[in-house]
Design a protein around this ligand. Structure first.
Ligand code: PEP
Ligand code: MN
Length: 347
């Protein structure tokens, strides 16, 4: 960290800062310039230090030098992290598809969807059992029953499953049945939940909070990594902006930028990112081109009858078209699709 001194600061103010740094085990190196004097601070800097120093007399501002991401940053680990889920790898340079309904609604619905997305070329099956809904009067998922139906569907078609865990109370239950724990946008900064999910050792799919900056989001991942669990998959799912024509604003910038600053694999969720099925394909393709390692997409046998998120769900035909377009784009940019679950283990 660099501490920039105000012009005209006194020697006494400088001495006080140096002795404060000394007191907390850090070294301050004074660099005297023509207009300004700065102090380079060396040692293990904690997050509150900038605020502490900025309240001291004579200090103008502080500038962090090393990245705040001790575990998620490329500075710590330049090579990409690959998260393995069964035989599928996310972050390997091949594009992975996670598909399924927003919510598990019935045995028939999840089984039919599982078969269709597997045939179309998806590798992982998604489906919500514990649903975070804006209104408590909306369909909130089948809970444990939905989780068991999803597990059964995944096993019967040979696909690992991804589902959301909403509270610390359900972490053990969900971890017992799911291959990947999803932390939703509304819980993206529920730090206790992040740590509990991390402690299971299972891969965690961390959605970006709907009002999280990129720094908030990567620091949230840091909570999971800090439990000793390296298997974190980031997911850009759109953020809240002033725009009302789409449900959220898909932040394609974030995909490209986060791939630069972090070694973690990152996937895109164009379903929640746009809120409209007709925008899912173009935004999925754009996300792949921007550097996403995979796409998570909502697919329903009958979107107009879906109990949640029907407007953004693809039917089976549209999902097949999306996979085909992704194959063409993936081949063109040197990030081909991961072999489909159906190819890896024909039924
Ligand atoms: C979901 O994946 O169905 C979901 C609720 O996602 P998000 O948390 O991104 O809204
Ligand atoms: Mn949804």
């Amino acid at each position: 960290m660099m501490v920039i001194m105000k012009s005209g600061h006194s020697q006494e103010e400088m001495d006080q800062i140096l002795s404060r740094l000394n007191e907390i085990g850090l070294k301050g190196h004074q660099i005297v310039g023509v207009e300004r004097t700065v102090i380079a601070v060396v040692g293990s800097i904690y997050p509150e230090l900038a605020d502490e120093l900025e309240t001291m007399d004579g200090v103008d501002s502080t500038v962090p030098i090393s990245s705040p991401y001790k575990l998620a940053g490329r500075e710590t680990k330049p090579e990409p992290t690959v998260v393995k889920i069964g035989d599928v790898e996310i972050g390997s340079g091949r594009t992975v598809y996670i598909a399924g309904p927003c919510a598990v609604e019935s045995e028939e619905q999840i089984m039919e969807t599982a078969r269709a997305v597997r045939e179309a070329g998806a590798q992982l099956l998604r489906g919500g059992a514990f649903k975070p809904r804006t209104s408590p009067y909306s369909f909130r998922g089948l809970g444990e029953e939905g989780l068991l139906l999803l597990e059964q569907a995944g096993k019967s078609v040979g696909m690992p499953i991804v589902t959301e865990v909403m509270s610390v109370r359900e972490v053990d239950l969900v971890a017992q049945h799911a291959d990947v724990l999803q932390i939703g946008t509304r819980n993206a900064q529920n730090f206790m939940l992040l740590e509990e999910a991390g402690r299971t050792g299972k891969p965690v799919l961390l959605k970006r909070g709907l009002a999280s900056t990129i720094e908030d989001w990567v620091l949230a991942a840091e909570y999971i990594l800090n439990t000793g669990n390296p298997n974190v998959i980031l997911c850009e799912r759109g953020i809240r902006t002033f725009e009302t024509a789409t449900r959220n604003t898909m932040d394609i910038n974030a995909i490209a930028l986060v791939k630069q600053i972090s070694h973690l694999p990152l996937i895109a969720d164009p379903s929640h990112g746009t809120g409209k099925w007709s925008l899912v394909k173009p935004v999925a393709l754009a996300s792949i081109v921007a550097g996403a390692d995979g796409v998570i997409v909502e697919v329903h046998p009958n979107p107009d009858h879906a109990l949640s998120d029907g407007a953004q769900s693809l039917n089976f035909k549209r999902f097949r078209e999306l996979i085909e377009a992704s194959r063409v784009i993936g081949d063109a940019i040197g990030r081909p699709l991961w072999p489909a679950a159906a190819e890896a283990a024909p039924a």
